[in-house]
Design a protein around this ligand. Sequence first.
Ligand SMILES: [Zn+2]
Ligand SMILES: [Zn+2]
Length: 143
Amino acid sequence: MTTPHRPLLDTQATCSCGAATLTVNGPVLSMLLCTCLDCQKETGTGHSAVALVKAADVEVSGTLSAFARPAASGATTTRHFCPQCGVTLYAQSSRAEQTMLIPAGLLGGDWFVPNQVIFARSHADWDTLPDTIPRYETYREGL
Ligand SMILES: [Zn+2]
Ligand SMILES: [Zn+2]
């Protein structure tokens, strides 16, 4: 194993309409691509790309709507999104409420280096991903 790459974020991210903002100040714990069917539906493409950060390192401003669904992992995933423009600001798993999953595309920049593909069992072949990223059939304990 190589040393995990943990970019240090000090950034703000805003939804499309500007009503909601995240301020993130801390290390990225993990960088995931999730190919579960829910992420395919929510993103409209083959996978979501999310950065796992400590919830304590994130400040949310603006009023968000939330949608909770049973995750393929057996936990509950709650997605928090702007009620005006629909952009997801973050998601949280009932399995790890001290962390937040933030979409890489929301945060922007080019620091994102995915270190694992989760729920690869439902990965679609047309969604091209580098073979070099470790793939897990479901989720991995202790990201
Ligand atoms: Zn918005
Ligand atoms: Zn997913």
